[in-house]
Design a protein around this ligand. Structure first.
Ligand SMILES: C[S@@+](CC[C@H](N)C(=O)[O-])C[C@H]1O[C@@H](n2cnc3c(N)ncnc32)[C@H](O)[C@@H]1O
Length: 229
């Protein structure tokens, strides 16, 4: 069996990987992380970023949407505009990307410079529950040896599950989306995967990939309750 190479008409290259299908070690890694409890403590800079916004979040008392790995926060502002009933929090570790944020049409969003996994963990500890959680084009980490850096191969999957809500992950690498879906199934969830054909891009990477003719994949899942004891 072989998978057809992605056609490219723009200037962005498709993800290149020696791993054409889901990683053979995926189930072992996911199940180990789901059983495991030990985690390193959240980094100080993320604790500070969390503390800086947690009062506003709790005072607002609005449904919460996370836009994890938000880059410049273009999607954060658009999601806020589309969801005026909610508070949207964009999280990215890069001050450079966040520094390029263009303010949106509404003010019901916040940006945090933080590590997503640590931020999720602090949010779980604070008993936050999400209405929606977007993960748009996380770094693919395409080498087989990078599995544990992918969201579903990392211990942080447990926190993502505990935060609940409607999760939507998008990627231009089909393997990543299929692995994410498998990890959710292994966690007792019921995801579905489809090809996405957005009329308007939600993020800068989505725009770049659309212009380059990449197929865009999406995994959606309404998470059922899964809070660690
Ligand atoms: C491929 S870009 C996608 C950005 C944006 N979602 C988009 O679609 O335009 C991936 C982003 O993830 C961020 N990132 C990678 N690892 C991260 C982590 N552990 N915590 C927070 N942000 C991270 C990077 O800084 C980068 O902005």
């Amino acid at each position: 069996m072989s998978r057809k190479a992605t056609t490219v008409t723009g200037d962005s290259k498709p993800v290149s990987s020696s791993q054409p299908f889901s990683h053979p070690g995926l189930a072992r890694v996911v199940l180990r992380h789901l059983r495991g409890k030990s985690r390193r403590p959240p980094a100080l800079h993320t604790r500070k970023a969390f503390e800086a916004i947690s009062d506003s979040v709790e005072k607002a008392g609005l449904p919460l949407i996370f836009d994890s790995f938000c880059g410049t926060g273009m999607s954060t502002a658009l999601l806020a505009q589309r969801n005026p009933q909610a508070l949207v929090i964009g999280i990215d570790k890069s001050s450079h990307r966040l520094g390029r944020h263009q303010p949106g049409a509404t003010d019901n969003y916040l940006l945090a410079q933080a590590d997503c996994g640590d931020f999720w963990r602090l949010a779980v500890q604070a008993n936050w529950q999400l209405e929606q959680h977007f993960l748009l084009y996380p770094n693919p980490w395409p080498k087989p040896g990078h599995l544990k850096r992918r969201v579903h191969g990392s211990p942080e999957l447990a926190e993502l599950l505990a935060l609940g809500g409607q999760v939507e992950l998008r990627s231009n690498w089909q393997v990543y989306v299929e692995e994410f879906g498998t990890a959710l199934v292994l966690s007792g969830q019921h995801p579905h995967i489809n090809l996405l054909e957005p009329e308007e891009p939600l993020s800068l990477f989505e725009r770049k990939y659309l212009q380059s003719g990449h197929p865009l994949w999406r995994c959606c899942c309404q998470l059922v309750h899964n809070r660690p004891s």
